[in-house]
Design a protein around this ligand. Structure first.
Ligand SMILES: *[C@@H]1O[C@H](CO)[C@@H](O)[C@H](O)[C@H]1NC(C)=O
Length: 221
């Protein structure tokens, strides 16, 4: 099967671009324009494949894809994710297990599917590092408890589907199958004390480079 796809589009040619856009249905874009400016043209458009469409997403045997029209379910040993795609994307699963997507519009993206397949089969991880004397983290049951120099420790419930591990009291690893949930929880931990720019104290992403400023006693120009 070739990746090339052809769509027939009815393009409303307009010479006046400041017309209010009224909507789109079945590929026909509707603008409010005065009648003499409108001409309807039938045109064959060769669709460009998406970046990921060109490099099809390999689906490992431990991942099951269920497709029904625009809904896609991705199930793997680590969990299950679902997404509803916009009409501009057409998905196909080949017998070989390769998922191909054809994007009928430039802005649409298949990146999510890639993250979903990797998420449910291998998982993702986001690492944080505590920097500061006495700053420490521990996992207690379903909570992560953070000592960040406040009068009380901060206690956060670890969301379902995520795992949190702490090494040497200061290195936190948030892992799971849902990349965006991991990112959100890691960000909410960091938000308690984002690294300050003088000594770099706080909660930073392990790969984050904190830009340092000169302290108050720093040299003058
Ligand atoms: C699923 O399969 C992939 C590819 O073979 C493998 O890398 C991954 O470890 C498997 N996942 C689990 C949880 O066994």
């Amino acid at each position: 099967m070739t990746l090339e796809a052809f769509v027939t589009l009815f393009l409303v040619q307009i010479s006046y671009l400041r017309c209010p856009f009224l909507g789109e249905a079945n590929g026909i874009r509707v603008f409010k324009v005065s009648t003499p400016r409108v001409a309807v043209v039938r045109k064959i458009v060769e669709c460009k494949e998406s970046r990921i469409g060109k490099q099809p997403i390999p689906v490992p045997s431990n991942v099951t894809l269920t497709m029904s029209s625009q809904d896609l379910k991705v199930k793997g040993p680590l969990g299950e994710l679902a997404i509803t795609y916009p009409r501009e994307i057409k998905l196909d699963k080949e017998d070989s297990g390769i998922l191909r997507g054809v994007v009928y519009r430039k802005e649409a993206s298949l990146t999510l599917t890639d993250n979903m397949v990797v998420g449910v089969s291998k998982g993702f991880e986001k690492r944080l590092q505590l920097v500061g004397t006495g700053y420490r983290a521990t996992v207690e049951g379903k909570d992560i408890v953070l000592n960040l120099g406040f009068s009380h420790p901060v206690r956060m419930t670890i969301p379902d589907g995520l795992q949190v591990k702490v090494e040497e009291n200061t290195r936190i690893a948030v892992s799971g199958y849902d990349k965006s949930a991991i990112g959100q929880f890691a960000a909410s931990i960091r938000k308690w004390r984002p690294p300050e720019p003088y000594k770099g104290k706080g909660v930073k992403y392990a790969d984050e480079i904190v830009r340092r400023k000169e302290g108050k006693a720093g040299k003058k120009k």
